[in-house]
Write a protein that binds this ligand. Sequence first.
Ligand code: IVH
Length: 715
Amino acid sequence: MPKTAKSKQPVDVADLTKAQAKVEWKRLALELETHDRLYYQDDAPKISDAAYDELRRRFNAIEARFPELVSSESPSQKVGAAPSGRFRKVRHAVPMLSLDNAFAEEDVRDFAGRIARFLKLADDRIDFSAEPKIDGLSMSLRYEGGELVTAATRGDGAEGEDVTANIRTLKDVPLKLHGRNLPDVCEVRGEVYMTKQAFLALNERQKEAGDTIFANPRNSAAGSLRQKDPTITASRPLGFFAYAWGEMSAMPAETQSGMIKWFEHCGFTTNPLTKLCHSVEELIAFHRSIEEQRAELDYDIDGVVYKVDRIDWQERLGFVSRTPRWGIAHKFPAERAMTVLKDIEIQVGRTGSFTPVGKLEPIGVGGVIVQNVTLHNEDYIKGIGNKGEVLREGRDIRIGDTVVIQRAGDVIPQVVDVLIDKRPADAEEFHFPKTCPCPLHTDVVREEIATGEEGSRARCTGEFACPYQKIEHLKLFASRRAFDIDGLGEKQIQFFFDQDWVKEPADIFTLQKRNAKLKLEEVEGYGETSVRNLFNAIDARREIALERFIFALGMRHVGETTALALARGYGSWEAFHEACLKVAAGDEEAIAEMDALDQIGDTVIKSVAAYFAEDHNRGIVERLTKEVKILDAEKPKRNSPIATKTVVFTGTLEKMTRDEAKATAERLGAKVSGSVSKKTDYVVAGPGAGSKLKDAQKHGVQVLTEDEWLQLIGE
Ligand code: IVH
């Protein structure tokens, strides 16, 4: 698939203005929701775990800096995605939450330090259970009177899917718990996984039968479990490691390690690498040792998990929104692999920019088979970075080279190095094309993506006359991020375009009217039902949010974030459209008004002006707006009594620790400050409060007792 231009490096969260943070928060929230759905419901992730973690990390950092952005709708308050509807829903008696991630050793030290402070203990007194983080699907098994009654997937954390019939076929899951004096209700939680060997064998069989090929063992475990027919699940070898619990009518142990032993007594398999650690250094050594063993293990793991061993301490530590304070996942860094670069192809994106794509000898990296790798631009291939810096110690990339690739932070993996000593004598230097491969063979200009000035990115100047750009625009238009039309994916768009049935966006909405002549139901692959479904899906998108509409126009430099900023800035299509026409006509007042919006600068203004200065584009917009209704932009929701308020805690709190109070306030969207000023909204004062109480009186800030505070926040 041709790739479009990549955005420049994001601004550091610490440097974001509040308005920028809001826009980015929304964009990331939408992105995370999409990826959660793809991962949890469709078993078809589109980005690597590392890329997902990076998005999640940035999102959390934004919420930590601007807690007023947190709402109950925020992805930070949810886990996974709602059940898919194929199976009966099961409400979890105890929610199935997830773990926060640590990437660096420093994060692990911070984690242990936080716990020690919270519990007011020296950190060398805290034992941790350290366990491999199995890359499978979490499962909750409910036993009543010792018998398995329900097996449910995690779903969105509150409700999962009932997969009992399928789980009953797993040899690692006892149908009846072993032992005596069992609690009446026991919910045993753990991970369902498929071994790497079983995954490869299954894919071989699937390939022969012409069935779905799974991207990795996790997806194949998910696909195998979500079968309506349990005999299919039974034919797929799935394993289960027990490591946690949900509702328990009585606790059979006082520690995490004790619970793991108890699971074994009950007939479960637990992970043999699990270890009780007595210090942070031991945790870090555990991480290293497991990482070294990772490749030899016959199941995928993506890190290790540390959990405070004492359950009474876990209970005291509790949760911060969706993750526990007592546990963390220490993830492994992105994986690398070596392979041969067989060819380089140029792909032309929606805005005409060229992306050289390396075609690789297929290679497995982190459980995914990689065949394509982005080579970014002409300079990158030569060993020159965006700012003119030397890459790979100046080594260029040639066809035939052995390259080291890495799957991290990107849909398409990266080349991180070239092995010169493996370069064959006939390795071919790549000559970047001087004209577009489209039938117009237009000249290529080189420019900087962000500014449009002379730079490293080559671009076809054919604009809407270039068929590559037209088709890429239509694909973007119908995609999930824009109009999100079900059943109108890239393949279908290509087909309609090749038939001359859809040449511009408005044509999508007139398809049904024209179908008396076109007779889509007679096309191979379409029947009456699928045609009806397609037209219904198109009709369902005749109403569209303003930001999506602006993004869907496909103007250069107007990605989702910018589209949202424009939508929020103008509020309605009419206002935005009028402004764009004025900007295109050079109206200085309109330009100044657009320039004053957060996130909008010269590059965007120039692009909007260029777009609306073109008759052709104005025609596209005019025909399209006759077909759809564009909804006004939404204002962000705020739904807690203390959202956006600034709070100061002082004195001794009796019902909670200071950390707990701060965490709760932040979860509800308040900012917790260490000093009182006239901007403070509330001072919560316990016994022994001193100068801050005086400051509150001086600035006329409302002072609350701990009980009044708890009443205010409804806890
Ligand atoms: S404990 C409160 N232990 O990782 C959550 N999780 O992000 C307690 N996982 O949803 C989970 N191995 O699917 C735990 N040894 C382990 C795990 C593990 C894999 C998965 C699980 C969970 C996710 C956490």
